[in-house]
Design a protein around this ligand. Structure first.
Ligand SMILES: [Zn+2]
Length: 474
C-alpha cells in the first residue's frame, strides 16, 4: 500500500456554490488538515497537526492551499509556439501564425516533443486534466495520448478534423479521417485515463460530409467526447451562415449533424441567442468560457448570466494560444473582468468551482476528478497564498496580520489570491498521488528545456545536448 499524507489548508467544493453569492454554500474549507492518499486515490482527511501513523509518508505544506488540480476544458497543444502573437483578428491569426505552427506537428518527433513540453507546462501551472486540441495529424494525437499516459494525467483529446478552408498540409478527407479516428479510438479511448474526443475544428473547416462522419463516430462509440469551437467571432458567424444557409444558427449546424450531447465541449459561445442556449441546456452540451482568448483576439464578452438563466453548463478554459496564459488563476481573474463588463460579479467560489468540480461534473468525470471526495484520483496542487510584495501584503491584510486593519472573511482572501496568483504560486503538483512537478524542476524524464530543444544554448555548456539537461531534471 502506497500511503502519502499532505498537510496544508484544504479547499475544494462539495456542491455548486450560489451564483453571485460569496457565502460558503458548497465550499469545503478544511484549514490545517492532512489529506490522506492511498494508491493514488483520496483516502480521507485528518484535522490538526498530529500526523497519521508511521506507515504514512508525510509532506508538510503548512500555510499553503491544497486544492484539486485545475481542469482546462479547451486548449491547443501545438499553439505554445504562437502564444502572444500580434494580429488584427481571429481569421488572420489562424492563417498567419497558427496554421504554420500546426504544420510542424506532421513530424512525429516534433509532435512528441511538443506534447511533452505542453503537458509539463500544464503541470507547472497547476493543471492536471485537460481537453486538448492537437493537430490534424494522427501522429499528433498519438503523441499527446502517449505523453499523458506517461504522466498519468486525465486527458480528453482527438485528431483534428479539417477537410477544407485550411492549407493543404493541414487538411484531411472524410474517408482517411474516419479511418484515423477509428484507429485512434481503438487504441486510446478508455485506455488508462485517456478518452477520445471527435475534434471538429469548427464548422468553417469541415464539409457537411465530414460533419456527418463526425456524427456517425459519436453514434457508433459509447462515451466519446466532441470538442469544437462555436460563435467566437462575428466574422466567423457570418461565414458559417454563408456556408450553411439551411441552419438556423451556427450552433444548429452542429446539432443537425448529431454533434451535441452531454459530452460536447464547445469553446467560446459568445454570439449565441436564447434558442441556442435552450438547445445547449436540452442536449447537456457545455460552453468552455475562454476569457483571455476572447479579450486578446477581441472576440467579445461571454454572457455567463444568460447561461445560468437558461441552465446550460459552463466550464472555464485558457484556449492557449489564442489565450495568453496557461494559468487558470489568470484566466479566472480575466473571467471576472469580462463578467464585470457584462454587469455581473463572478465570485471566487463560482470561478474556482467551474475550474475544478464543476468542470469535472460537466465532463461526466465527477467521480474521478475535481474534488477531494474519498475515492477520487489524488490530482492535487499545493499553492502559495502569495508571491511578490503586493500580493504578500494583500494576503496579510486579509488574514488580519496588518495592525489596525480587521481580518477579512475567507471569500475576500481567496478572491485576492485568485486575482493575484499565477504559476509562480505553484509549490508542487501530484497526479494520482505521484509527484510530477516541484517548483524549479519537473519530476520526470521529459522536461521543459529538453522538449523542442532543437538548438543548444551556446552560452551554457551543460545544454550542449539534451541528455545533460534531462539528467539534471530527472
Ligand atoms: Zn480554441
Amino acid at each position: 500500500m502506497n500511503k502519502l499524507a499532505l498537510h496544508g489548508d484544504l479547499l475544494d467544493f462539495e456542491a455548486t456554490p450560489g451564483w453571485g453569492d460569496p457565502a460558503l454554500h458548497g465550499v469545503r474549507w478544511r484549514p490545517d488538515h492532512w489529506l490522506l492518499i492511498e494508491d493514488g486515490r483520496i483516502a480521507g482527511t485528518l484535522p490538526g497537526r498530529e500526523p497519521p501513523g508511521e506507515d504514512w509518508r508525510r509532506e508538510e505544506h503548512s500555510g499553503r492551499l491544497l486544492m484539486p488540480g485545475f481542469i482546462d476544458t479547451h486548449v491547443h497543444c501545438p499553439q505554445l509556439d504562437v502564444i502572444a502573437s500580434w494580429s488584427p483578428g481571429l481569421l488572420h491569426w489562424l492563417d498567419t501564425y497558427t496554421f504554420p505552427a500546426e504544420q510542424r506537428f506532421a513530424d512525429p518527433e516534433v509532435a512528441a516533443a511538443g506534447a511533452g513540453l505542453f503537458l509539463d507546462a500544464l503541470l507547472a501551472h497547476g493543471t492536471t486534466s485537460a481537453v486538448v486540441f492537437p493537430t490534424v495529424h494522427a501522429a499528433s494525437a498519438e503523441a499527446l495520448f502517449a505523453a499523458a499516459s506517461a504522466r498519468g494525467m486525465r486527458l480528453v483529446a482527438g485528431k483534428v478534423l479539417m477537410d477544407r478552408g485550411a492549407p493543404p498540409a493541414l487538411t484531411d478527407d472524410v474517408a482517411g479521417a474516419e479511418r484515423d479516428n477509428e484507429a485512434l479510438i481503438a487504441r486510446w479511448h478508455g485506455r488508462g485515463r485517456n478518452a477520445y474526443a471527435v475534434t471538429v475544428r469548427f464548422a468553417i473547416t469541415s464539409t457537411p460530409e465530414q460533419l456527418a462522419m463526425a456524427g456517425r463516430l459519436l453514434a457508433r462509440h459509447e462515451g466519446l467526447y466532441l470538442q469544437t469551437h462555436v460563435a467566437e467571432n462575428r466574422d466567423e458567424v457570418a461565414e458559417v451562415a454563408r456556408l450553411f444557409p439551411e441552419a438556423r444558427s451556427y450552433l444548429d449546424v452542429y446539432h443537425r449533424h448529431g454533434l451535441l450531447g452531454p459530452r460536447s465541449v464547445l469553446a467560446h459561445g459568445i454570439w449565441l441567442d436564447d434558442e441556442d442556449r435552450r438547445l445547449l441546456a436540452d442536449t447537456g452540451a457545455q460552453i468552455a468560457f475562454c476569457p483571455t482568448s476572447n479579450l486578446f483576439l477581441g472576440s467579445g464578452l461571454f454572457d455567463w448570466q444568460a447561461a445560468v438563466d437558461h441552465g446550460h453548463k459552463v466550464s472555464i478554459a485558457t484556449d492557449v494560444g489564442g489565450g495568453t496564459s496557461l494559468s487558470m488563476q489568470r484566466t479566472l481573474a480575466e473571467g471576472y473582468k469580462v463578467q464585470a463588463l457584462r454587469g455581473t460579479r463572478l465570485t471566487a467560489w463560482c470561478a474556482l468551482h467551474a475550474a475544478t468540480r464543476g468542470a469535472a461534473e460537466a465532463l461526466g468525470l465527477g467521480a474521478e476528478i475535481g474534488h477531494f471526495d474519498v475515492g477520487a484520483a489524488a490530482d492535487v496542487v499545493a499553492w502559495d497564498w502569495a508571491h511578490g510584495a503586493a500580493a504578500l501584503h494583500r494576503d496579510a491584510v486579509a488574514r488580519g496580520a496588518v495592525a489596525t486593519l480587521p481580518a477579512q472573511d475567507l471569500h475576500a482572501r481567496v478572491f485576492a489570491w485568485m486575482t493575484l496568483a499565477d504559476e509562480r504560486n505553484v509549490a508542487a503538483t501530484w497526479v494520482a498521488g505521484v509527484p510530477r512537478f516541484e517548483r524549479g524542476r519537473m519530476l520526470q524524464n521529459v522536461s521543459i528545456g529538453t522538449a523542442l530543444a532543437a538548438r543548444p544554448d551556446p552560452r551554457d555548456p551543460q545544454h550542449a545536448d539534451g541528455a545533460d539537461v534531462r539528467s539534471r531534471h530527472s
